[in-house]
Design a protein around this ligand. Structure first.
Ligand SMILES: Nc1ncnc2c1ncn2[C@@H]1O[C@H](COP(=O)(O)OP(=O)(O)OP(=O)(O)O)[C@@H](O)[C@H]1O
Ligand SMILES: [Zn+2]
Length: 476
Protein backbone atom coordinates (compact mmCIF):
# COMPACT_ATOMS: atom_id res chain seq x y z
CA UNK A 1 0.00 0.00 0.00
CA UNK A 2 1.38 3.38 -1.06
CA UNK A 3 1.74 6.05 1.61
CA UNK A 4 2.39 9.67 0.75
CA UNK A 5 3.46 12.46 3.06
CA UNK A 6 0.96 15.28 2.78
CA UNK A 7 2.21 18.77 3.67
CA UNK A 8 -1.37 19.78 4.41
CA UNK A 9 -1.83 17.29 7.25
CA UNK A 10 1.88 16.86 8.06
CA UNK A 11 1.33 13.09 8.01
CA UNK A 12 2.01 10.10 5.81
CA UNK A 13 -1.36 9.07 4.43
CA UNK A 14 -2.66 6.12 2.48
CA UNK A 15 -2.80 7.15 -1.19
CA UNK A 16 -6.34 7.12 -2.58
CA UNK A 17 -7.21 8.72 -5.89
CA UNK A 18 -10.42 10.53 -6.82
CA UNK A 19 -10.87 8.36 -9.92
CA UNK A 20 -9.92 4.72 -10.08
CA UNK A 21 -6.48 4.14 -11.64
CA UNK A 22 -6.02 7.81 -12.51
CA UNK A 23 -3.81 10.42 -10.85
CA UNK A 24 -4.43 14.06 -11.67
CA UNK A 25 -1.27 15.95 -10.86
CA UNK A 26 -0.31 19.62 -11.09
CA UNK A 27 3.20 20.95 -10.66
CA UNK A 28 4.09 24.66 -10.59
CA UNK A 29 6.48 25.47 -13.39
CA UNK A 30 9.16 28.15 -13.31
CA UNK A 31 8.74 31.85 -14.01
CA UNK A 32 10.69 31.84 -17.26
CA UNK A 33 13.17 34.70 -17.02
CA UNK A 34 16.46 32.83 -16.56
CA UNK A 35 18.14 29.49 -17.17
CA UNK A 36 17.31 26.24 -15.42
CA UNK A 37 19.62 25.26 -12.58
CA UNK A 38 20.42 22.17 -10.56
CA UNK A 39 17.84 23.16 -7.92
CA UNK A 40 15.05 23.10 -10.51
CA UNK A 41 16.48 19.82 -11.75
CA UNK A 42 16.08 18.32 -8.28
CA UNK A 43 12.45 19.38 -7.95
CA UNK A 44 11.35 18.27 -11.41
CA UNK A 45 13.36 15.02 -11.36
CA UNK A 46 11.94 14.13 -7.92
CA UNK A 47 8.40 14.74 -9.13
CA UNK A 48 9.22 12.83 -12.32
CA UNK A 49 10.28 9.81 -10.25
CA UNK A 50 7.03 10.04 -8.30
CA UNK A 51 5.12 10.22 -11.58
CA UNK A 52 7.08 7.27 -13.03
CA UNK A 53 6.47 5.21 -9.90
CA UNK A 54 2.72 5.92 -9.98
CA UNK A 55 2.67 4.84 -13.63
CA UNK A 56 4.71 1.76 -12.82
CA UNK A 57 2.18 0.62 -10.23
CA UNK A 58 -0.64 0.99 -12.72
CA UNK A 59 -1.99 4.54 -12.62
CA UNK A 60 -2.55 6.74 -15.64
CA UNK A 61 -1.03 10.06 -14.65
CA UNK A 62 -2.40 13.27 -16.11
CA UNK A 63 0.35 15.80 -15.45
CA UNK A 64 0.11 19.56 -15.93
CA UNK A 65 3.11 21.88 -15.52
CA UNK A 66 2.46 25.58 -16.13
CA UNK A 67 4.72 28.29 -17.46
CA UNK A 68 4.58 31.67 -15.74
CA UNK A 69 5.36 33.57 -18.93
CA UNK A 70 4.42 37.01 -17.63
CA UNK A 71 5.38 38.45 -14.24
CA UNK A 72 7.39 41.25 -12.64
CA UNK A 73 10.74 39.47 -13.01
CA UNK A 74 10.18 38.71 -16.71
CA UNK A 75 9.17 42.32 -17.36
CA UNK A 76 12.26 43.55 -15.46
CA UNK A 77 14.58 41.21 -17.36
CA UNK A 78 13.04 42.25 -20.69
CA UNK A 79 13.51 45.90 -19.78
CA UNK A 80 17.18 45.31 -18.84
CA UNK A 81 17.86 43.47 -22.09
CA UNK A 82 15.84 45.84 -24.26
CA UNK A 83 13.67 42.95 -25.40
CA UNK A 84 9.98 42.13 -25.47
CA UNK A 85 8.84 40.04 -22.44
CA UNK A 86 7.49 37.45 -24.89
CA UNK A 87 10.96 37.03 -26.40
CA UNK A 88 12.44 36.45 -22.93
CA UNK A 89 9.78 33.96 -21.87
CA UNK A 90 9.94 31.99 -25.13
CA UNK A 91 13.73 31.83 -24.87
CA UNK A 92 13.65 30.39 -21.36
CA UNK A 93 10.71 28.06 -21.98
CA UNK A 94 12.88 26.47 -24.65
CA UNK A 95 15.84 26.27 -22.26
CA UNK A 96 13.63 24.66 -19.60
CA UNK A 97 12.14 22.08 -21.99
CA UNK A 98 15.56 21.24 -23.45
CA UNK A 99 17.06 20.88 -19.98
CA UNK A 100 14.22 18.66 -18.82
CA UNK A 101 14.74 16.48 -21.89
CA UNK A 102 18.47 16.33 -21.06
CA UNK A 103 17.59 15.20 -17.54
CA UNK A 104 15.22 12.59 -19.00
CA UNK A 105 12.22 14.08 -17.22
CA UNK A 106 9.15 12.66 -18.95
CA UNK A 107 7.17 15.49 -20.55
CA UNK A 108 3.97 16.73 -18.94
CA UNK A 109 0.71 16.15 -20.79
CA UNK A 110 0.36 19.90 -21.15
CA UNK A 111 2.40 22.99 -20.32
CA UNK A 112 -0.19 25.79 -20.24
CA UNK A 113 1.09 29.36 -20.45
CA UNK A 114 -0.46 32.27 -18.57
CA UNK A 115 -0.60 34.53 -21.62
CA UNK A 116 -2.67 31.94 -23.47
CA UNK A 117 -5.21 31.58 -20.63
CA UNK A 118 -6.07 35.19 -19.85
CA UNK A 119 -9.80 34.73 -20.50
CA UNK A 120 -9.99 31.72 -18.13
CA UNK A 121 -8.13 33.73 -15.49
CA UNK A 122 -10.48 36.70 -15.89
CA UNK A 123 -13.54 34.45 -15.57
CA UNK A 124 -12.05 32.91 -12.42
CA UNK A 125 -11.47 36.34 -10.86
CA UNK A 126 -14.97 37.50 -11.81
CA UNK A 127 -16.47 34.58 -9.92
CA UNK A 128 -14.32 35.33 -6.85
CA UNK A 129 -15.62 38.93 -6.91
CA UNK A 130 -19.22 37.70 -7.33
CA UNK A 131 -18.82 35.36 -4.37
CA UNK A 132 -17.50 38.20 -2.21
CA UNK A 133 -13.93 36.90 -1.82
CA UNK A 134 -12.27 39.58 -3.93
CA UNK A 135 -12.57 43.33 -4.44
CA UNK A 136 -11.57 45.85 -7.09
CA UNK A 137 -9.30 48.85 -6.54
CA UNK A 138 -7.41 51.28 -8.79
CA UNK A 139 -4.34 49.02 -8.45
CA UNK A 140 -6.24 45.95 -9.57
CA UNK A 141 -8.19 43.17 -7.88
CA UNK A 142 -7.28 41.69 -4.49
CA UNK A 143 -8.26 38.50 -2.70
CA UNK A 144 -9.55 39.33 0.77
CA UNK A 145 -7.67 36.88 2.93
CA UNK A 146 -9.79 37.25 6.05
CA UNK A 147 -12.86 35.97 4.14
CA UNK A 148 -11.22 32.55 3.76
CA UNK A 149 -11.26 30.87 7.13
CA UNK A 150 -8.69 28.12 6.45
CA UNK A 151 -5.97 30.53 5.33
CA UNK A 152 -2.57 29.43 6.63
CA UNK A 153 -3.44 25.74 7.08
CA UNK A 154 -0.91 24.40 4.55
CA UNK A 155 2.09 26.38 5.70
CA UNK A 156 1.00 26.45 9.35
CA UNK A 157 1.01 30.22 9.32
CA UNK A 158 -1.13 32.22 11.67
CA UNK A 159 -2.67 35.27 10.05
CA UNK A 160 -1.86 37.35 13.12
CA UNK A 161 1.83 36.37 12.90
CA UNK A 162 2.06 37.44 9.30
CA UNK A 163 3.94 40.67 9.64
CA UNK A 164 2.17 43.02 7.29
CA UNK A 165 4.08 43.74 4.17
CA UNK A 166 7.08 41.58 5.11
CA UNK A 167 6.29 38.74 2.71
CA UNK A 168 3.39 40.23 0.81
CA UNK A 169 3.56 43.17 -1.58
CA UNK A 170 2.36 46.36 0.06
CA UNK A 171 -0.16 48.71 -1.46
CA UNK A 172 -2.14 51.68 -0.23
CA UNK A 173 -5.20 50.39 -2.00
CA UNK A 174 -5.52 47.06 -0.18
CA UNK A 175 -8.16 46.75 2.55
CA UNK A 176 -5.63 44.74 4.50
CA UNK A 177 -1.92 44.26 3.78
CA UNK A 178 -2.37 40.47 3.93
CA UNK A 179 -4.59 40.56 0.84
CA UNK A 180 -2.90 39.50 -2.38
CA UNK A 181 -3.26 40.57 -6.02
CA UNK A 182 -5.39 38.61 -8.49
CA UNK A 183 -5.14 41.26 -11.19
CA UNK A 184 -2.58 44.06 -11.46
CA UNK A 185 -3.44 47.29 -13.23
CA UNK A 186 -0.77 47.95 -15.87
CA UNK A 187 1.78 50.66 -15.22
CA UNK A 188 2.85 52.71 -18.26
CA UNK A 189 4.81 50.61 -20.73
CA UNK A 190 3.92 47.25 -19.15
CA UNK A 191 2.26 44.43 -21.11
CA UNK A 192 -1.49 44.52 -20.61
CA UNK A 193 -4.74 42.76 -21.44
CA UNK A 194 -8.30 44.13 -21.50
CA UNK A 195 -10.47 43.03 -18.59
CA UNK A 196 -13.63 44.10 -16.75
CA UNK A 197 -11.27 45.37 -14.02
CA UNK A 198 -9.23 47.56 -16.34
CA UNK A 199 -6.17 46.95 -18.49
CA UNK A 200 -3.58 44.88 -16.72
CA UNK A 201 -2.24 41.38 -16.12
CA UNK A 202 -2.86 38.50 -13.73
CA UNK A 203 -1.16 38.30 -10.33
CA UNK A 204 1.10 35.27 -9.89
CA UNK A 205 -1.07 32.86 -7.87
CA UNK A 206 -4.30 32.99 -9.85
CA UNK A 207 -2.80 31.31 -12.93
CA UNK A 208 -2.35 27.97 -11.17
CA UNK A 209 -5.90 27.96 -9.81
CA UNK A 210 -7.43 28.89 -13.17
CA UNK A 211 -5.31 26.60 -15.35
CA UNK A 212 -5.46 23.57 -13.08
CA UNK A 213 -9.23 23.88 -12.95
CA UNK A 214 -9.38 23.98 -16.76
CA UNK A 215 -7.21 20.89 -17.26
CA UNK A 216 -7.80 18.81 -14.13
CA UNK A 217 -11.19 19.96 -12.83
CA UNK A 218 -12.24 21.58 -9.55
CA UNK A 219 -10.58 18.86 -7.45
CA UNK A 220 -7.53 16.76 -8.12
CA UNK A 221 -5.09 14.36 -6.47
CA UNK A 222 -1.56 15.76 -6.24
CA UNK A 223 -0.14 19.26 -6.27
CA UNK A 224 3.63 19.54 -6.19
CA UNK A 225 6.47 22.04 -6.15
CA UNK A 226 9.54 23.10 -4.23
CA UNK A 227 9.02 23.71 -0.51
CA UNK A 228 9.46 27.47 -0.85
CA UNK A 229 6.22 27.55 -2.79
CA UNK A 230 4.05 26.43 0.12
CA UNK A 231 3.84 30.01 1.37
CA UNK A 232 2.54 32.28 0.02
CA UNK A 233 2.02 30.71 -3.41
CA UNK A 234 0.27 27.45 -2.53
CA UNK A 235 -1.56 28.96 0.42
CA UNK A 236 -2.99 31.56 -1.94
CA UNK A 237 -3.83 28.97 -4.58
CA UNK A 238 -5.81 27.00 -1.98
CA UNK A 239 -7.69 30.13 -0.89
CA UNK A 240 -8.61 31.02 -4.48
CA UNK A 241 -9.63 27.53 -5.60
CA UNK A 242 -11.58 26.54 -2.50
CA UNK A 243 -13.35 29.91 -2.47
CA UNK A 244 -14.18 29.44 -6.16
CA UNK A 245 -15.74 25.97 -5.90
CA UNK A 246 -16.77 25.86 -2.25
CA UNK A 247 -15.02 22.44 -2.06
CA UNK A 248 -11.79 21.09 -0.66
CA UNK A 249 -9.30 21.39 -3.46
CA UNK A 250 -6.23 19.14 -3.63
CA UNK A 251 -5.88 15.88 -1.70
CA UNK A 252 -2.08 15.52 -1.45
CA UNK A 253 0.46 18.33 -1.31
CA UNK A 254 3.99 17.20 -2.15
CA UNK A 255 6.90 19.57 -1.53
CA UNK A 256 10.52 18.91 -2.45
CA UNK A 257 13.62 19.90 -0.46
CA UNK A 258 16.29 22.24 -1.78
CA UNK A 259 19.61 21.73 -3.44
CA UNK A 260 21.92 23.67 -1.15
CA UNK A 261 25.28 25.31 -1.86
CA UNK A 262 27.42 26.29 1.13
CA UNK A 263 24.41 26.22 3.40
CA UNK A 264 22.18 28.32 1.12
CA UNK A 265 19.38 27.43 -1.27
CA UNK A 266 20.59 27.37 -4.85
CA UNK A 267 18.49 30.03 -6.58
CA UNK A 268 18.30 32.35 -9.52
CA UNK A 269 18.02 35.43 -7.35
CA UNK A 270 21.00 34.54 -5.13
CA UNK A 271 23.06 33.89 -8.26
CA UNK A 272 24.71 30.82 -6.66
CA UNK A 273 23.44 28.42 -9.26
CA UNK A 274 24.94 25.93 -11.67
CA UNK A 275 23.00 25.63 -14.87
CA UNK A 276 21.86 22.27 -16.17
CA UNK A 277 23.61 23.14 -19.43
CA UNK A 278 26.96 23.57 -17.67
CA UNK A 279 26.77 20.69 -15.26
CA UNK A 280 25.65 18.22 -17.88
CA UNK A 281 28.89 18.86 -19.76
CA UNK A 282 30.68 17.39 -16.76
CA UNK A 283 28.27 14.76 -15.53
CA UNK A 284 25.86 12.64 -17.55
CA UNK A 285 22.11 13.07 -16.90
CA UNK A 286 22.09 9.68 -15.20
CA UNK A 287 24.72 10.80 -12.69
CA UNK A 288 22.62 13.89 -11.96
CA UNK A 289 19.47 11.79 -11.43
CA UNK A 290 21.43 9.36 -9.30
CA UNK A 291 22.73 12.30 -7.25
CA UNK A 292 19.18 13.52 -6.57
CA UNK A 293 17.95 10.16 -5.30
CA UNK A 294 20.75 9.88 -2.73
CA UNK A 295 18.47 11.86 -0.39
CA UNK A 296 14.79 11.55 0.30
CA UNK A 297 12.94 14.04 -1.93
CA UNK A 298 11.78 16.12 1.06
CA UNK A 299 15.26 16.51 2.58
CA UNK A 300 17.80 19.10 1.51
CA UNK A 301 20.73 17.88 -0.54
CA UNK A 302 24.18 19.51 -0.55
CA UNK A 303 25.89 20.04 -3.83
CA UNK A 304 29.67 19.60 -3.71
CA UNK A 305 32.19 18.37 -6.25
CA UNK A 306 33.17 15.50 -3.90
CA UNK A 307 29.59 14.30 -3.53
CA UNK A 308 29.20 14.29 -7.31
CA UNK A 309 32.33 12.20 -7.78
CA UNK A 310 31.25 9.79 -5.09
CA UNK A 311 27.87 9.38 -6.77
CA UNK A 312 29.53 8.92 -10.15
CA UNK A 313 31.70 6.06 -8.79
CA UNK A 314 28.74 4.34 -7.21
CA UNK A 315 26.71 4.51 -10.39
CA UNK A 316 29.61 3.10 -12.36
CA UNK A 317 29.72 0.17 -9.96
CA UNK A 318 26.12 -0.65 -10.82
CA UNK A 319 26.81 -0.29 -14.56
CA UNK A 320 29.65 -2.78 -14.10
CA UNK A 321 27.34 -5.30 -12.49
CA UNK A 322 24.81 -5.01 -15.33
CA UNK A 323 27.60 -5.38 -17.86
CA UNK A 324 28.94 -8.39 -15.98
CA UNK A 325 25.55 -10.04 -16.07
CA UNK A 326 25.34 -9.50 -19.83
CA UNK A 327 28.74 -11.03 -20.39
CA UNK A 328 28.04 -13.93 -18.03
CA UNK A 329 24.77 -14.71 -19.79
CA UNK A 330 26.81 -16.08 -22.68
CA UNK A 331 28.28 -18.81 -20.53
CA UNK A 332 25.14 -19.33 -18.43
CA UNK A 333 23.01 -22.48 -18.47
CA UNK A 334 19.26 -22.81 -18.56
CA UNK A 335 19.23 -26.14 -16.77
CA UNK A 336 21.93 -25.44 -14.25
CA UNK A 337 21.26 -27.42 -11.11
CA UNK A 338 20.74 -25.11 -8.14
CA UNK A 339 23.20 -25.38 -5.28
CA UNK A 340 23.61 -23.27 -2.17
CA UNK A 341 24.81 -20.19 -4.15
CA UNK A 342 21.78 -20.21 -6.45
CA UNK A 343 19.35 -20.50 -3.54
CA UNK A 344 21.18 -17.65 -1.83
CA UNK A 345 21.03 -15.37 -4.88
CA UNK A 346 17.35 -16.19 -5.42
CA UNK A 347 16.60 -15.10 -1.84
CA UNK A 348 18.57 -11.89 -2.28
CA UNK A 349 16.67 -11.06 -5.48
CA UNK A 350 13.29 -11.81 -3.93
CA UNK A 351 13.94 -9.91 -0.68
CA UNK A 352 15.56 -6.93 -2.37
CA UNK A 353 12.64 -6.52 -4.75
CA UNK A 354 10.25 -6.58 -1.77
CA UNK A 355 12.40 -4.08 0.07
CA UNK A 356 12.52 -1.85 -2.98
CA UNK A 357 8.72 -1.70 -3.27
CA UNK A 358 8.29 -1.25 0.50
CA UNK A 359 10.70 1.68 0.39
CA UNK A 360 9.01 3.34 -2.58
CA UNK A 361 5.59 2.75 -1.01
CA UNK A 362 6.81 4.56 2.05
CA UNK A 363 6.60 8.11 0.65
CA UNK A 364 8.90 7.31 -2.29
CA UNK A 365 11.90 6.65 -0.07
CA UNK A 366 14.64 6.41 -2.68
CA UNK A 367 17.38 6.24 -0.03
CA UNK A 368 16.03 2.95 1.34
CA UNK A 369 15.17 1.78 -2.18
CA UNK A 370 18.80 2.26 -3.24
CA UNK A 371 19.98 -0.04 -0.46
CA UNK A 372 18.16 -2.89 -2.16
CA UNK A 373 19.93 -2.06 -5.43
CA UNK A 374 23.30 -2.38 -3.71
CA UNK A 375 22.21 -5.63 -2.04
CA UNK A 376 21.46 -7.09 -5.45
CA UNK A 377 24.71 -5.78 -6.90
CA UNK A 378 26.75 -7.33 -4.09
CA UNK A 379 24.79 -10.58 -4.33
CA UNK A 380 25.30 -10.84 -8.09
CA UNK A 381 29.00 -9.99 -7.88
CA UNK A 382 29.53 -12.61 -5.23
CA UNK A 383 27.55 -15.22 -7.16
CA UNK A 384 29.49 -14.59 -10.37
CA UNK A 385 32.79 -14.84 -8.53
CA UNK A 386 31.81 -18.25 -7.17
CA UNK A 387 30.50 -19.95 -10.29
CA UNK A 388 31.84 -20.75 -13.74
CA UNK A 389 28.50 -21.64 -15.29
CA UNK A 390 25.83 -19.38 -13.81
CA UNK A 391 22.10 -20.02 -13.94
CA UNK A 392 20.51 -18.19 -16.88
CA UNK A 393 17.17 -17.87 -15.09
CA UNK A 394 18.71 -16.11 -12.12
CA UNK A 395 20.79 -13.75 -14.24
CA UNK A 396 17.71 -12.79 -16.22
CA UNK A 397 15.84 -12.20 -12.97
CA UNK A 398 18.62 -9.89 -11.80
CA UNK A 399 18.55 -8.00 -15.13
CA UNK A 400 14.81 -7.66 -14.78
CA UNK A 401 15.31 -6.05 -11.38
CA UNK A 402 17.70 -3.45 -12.82
CA UNK A 403 15.29 -2.81 -15.65
CA UNK A 404 12.50 -1.96 -13.18
CA UNK A 405 14.84 0.31 -11.22
CA UNK A 406 15.94 1.92 -14.48
CA UNK A 407 12.36 2.57 -15.57
CA UNK A 408 11.42 4.23 -12.27
CA UNK A 409 14.59 6.20 -11.59
CA UNK A 410 15.32 6.97 -15.24
CA UNK A 411 18.65 5.09 -15.24
CA UNK A 412 20.55 2.43 -17.22
CA UNK A 413 19.01 3.61 -20.47
CA UNK A 414 21.85 2.35 -22.63
CA UNK A 415 21.44 -1.17 -21.34
CA UNK A 416 17.70 -1.41 -21.80
CA UNK A 417 16.90 0.66 -24.89
CA UNK A 418 13.77 -0.97 -26.20
CA UNK A 419 14.18 -1.11 -29.92
CA UNK A 420 16.99 -0.79 -32.36
CA UNK A 421 14.70 1.67 -34.16
CA UNK A 422 15.31 4.44 -31.64
CA UNK A 423 19.06 3.88 -31.98
CA UNK A 424 18.73 4.10 -35.71
CA UNK A 425 16.81 7.36 -35.51
CA UNK A 426 19.43 8.81 -33.18
CA UNK A 427 22.03 7.86 -35.76
CA UNK A 428 20.04 9.51 -38.55
CA UNK A 429 19.82 12.69 -36.44
CA UNK A 430 23.56 12.57 -35.96
CA UNK A 431 24.14 12.29 -39.72
CA UNK A 432 21.77 15.20 -40.33
CA UNK A 433 23.77 17.31 -37.88
CA UNK A 434 26.97 16.32 -39.64
CA UNK A 435 25.41 17.27 -42.97
CA UNK A 436 24.43 20.71 -41.61
CA UNK A 437 28.02 21.29 -40.47
CA UNK A 438 29.30 20.29 -43.91
CA UNK A 439 26.84 22.66 -45.57
CA UNK A 440 28.03 25.48 -43.34
CA UNK A 441 31.53 24.72 -44.60
CA UNK A 442 30.08 24.76 -48.13
CA UNK A 443 31.11 21.16 -48.65
CA UNK A 444 28.06 20.39 -50.79
CA UNK A 445 29.55 17.30 -52.36
CA UNK A 446 29.77 15.47 -49.02
CA UNK A 447 26.51 16.88 -47.69
CA UNK A 448 24.66 15.68 -50.79
CA UNK A 449 26.30 12.30 -50.43
CA UNK A 450 24.83 12.01 -46.92
CA UNK A 451 21.40 13.13 -48.16
CA UNK A 452 21.42 10.58 -51.02
CA UNK A 453 22.77 7.84 -48.76
CA UNK A 454 19.99 8.43 -46.25
CA UNK A 455 17.42 8.39 -49.04
CA UNK A 456 18.66 4.98 -50.13
CA UNK A 457 18.19 3.81 -46.55
CA UNK A 458 14.60 5.09 -46.52
CA UNK A 459 15.00 8.52 -44.89
CA UNK A 460 13.92 11.55 -46.86
CA UNK A 461 15.41 14.76 -45.51
CA UNK A 462 14.05 18.22 -46.11
CA UNK A 463 15.56 21.60 -45.34
CA UNK A 464 12.77 23.60 -43.90
CA UNK A 465 13.41 27.32 -43.20
CA UNK A 466 11.25 27.28 -40.05
CA UNK A 467 12.02 23.97 -38.37
CA UNK A 468 15.49 23.40 -39.78
CA UNK A 469 16.26 20.02 -41.32
CA UNK A 470 13.61 17.38 -40.73
CA UNK A 471 13.39 13.78 -41.85
CA UNK A 472 10.61 11.36 -42.64
CA UNK A 473 10.61 7.67 -43.31
CA UNK A 474 9.79 6.68 -46.87
CA UNK A 475 8.95 3.34 -48.39
CA UNK A 476 11.44 2.61 -51.12
N1 LIG B 1 17.61 25.01 -4.90
C1 LIG B 1 16.46 24.42 -5.20
N2 LIG B 1 16.23 23.14 -4.84
C2 LIG B 1 15.07 22.52 -5.15
N3 LIG B 1 14.07 23.12 -5.82
C3 LIG B 1 14.23 24.38 -6.23
C4 LIG B 1 15.43 25.11 -5.94
N4 LIG B 1 15.31 26.34 -6.48
C5 LIG B 1 14.09 26.41 -7.06
N5 LIG B 1 13.43 25.24 -6.91
C6 LIG B 1 12.09 24.92 -7.36
O1 LIG B 1 11.98 25.08 -8.75
C7 LIG B 1 10.69 25.62 -9.11
C8 LIG B 1 10.86 26.91 -9.88
O2 LIG B 1 11.43 27.87 -9.01
P1 LIG B 1 11.96 29.31 -9.35
O3 LIG B 1 12.11 29.44 -10.82
O4 LIG B 1 11.19 30.30 -8.60
O5 LIG B 1 13.46 29.17 -8.79
P2 LIG B 1 14.41 30.12 -8.00
O6 LIG B 1 15.79 29.87 -8.46
O7 LIG B 1 14.13 29.94 -6.55
O8 LIG B 1 14.01 31.56 -8.47
P3 LIG B 1 13.99 32.86 -7.62
O9 LIG B 1 15.37 33.02 -7.08
O10 LIG B 1 13.59 33.87 -8.64
O11 LIG B 1 12.98 32.63 -6.54
C9 LIG B 1 9.94 25.79 -7.78
O12 LIG B 1 9.16 24.63 -7.54
C10 LIG B 1 11.07 25.90 -6.78
O13 LIG B 1 10.67 25.53 -5.49
ZN1 LIG C 1 1.58 27.43 -8.79
Amino acid sequence: MLKVYNTLTRKEEEFKTLNKNEVKMYVCGPPVYDTTHLGHGRTYVSLDIIRRYLEHIGYTVNLVINFTDIDDKIIKRAYEKGKDPKEISEQFIKVFLDDMATLKVKPADIYPKVTEHISEIIAFIERLIEKGFAYKTEDGVYFEVKKFKNYGKLSNINLEDLVSGARVETSEKKKNQKDFALWKTAKPGEPKWESPFGKGRPGWHIECSAMSSKYLGEQFDIHGGGRDLSFPHHENEIAQSSAYSGKDWVNYWIHTGFVMVNGEKMSKSLGNFITIGDISKEYSPEILRFFFIQRHYRSPIDYTAESMNHVKNNLEKIYNVIENIRISLEKSEKSRIWGENEFLLYDILKNSKNNFYNAMNSDFNTVEALKSVFEVSNGVNKYLSLTETPSEGLLLKALDFYKIIGEIFGLFENYFKESSESNEEEFVKFLIELRSDLRLQKNYEMSDKIRDGLKNLGYQIEDNPKEGTVFKKINI
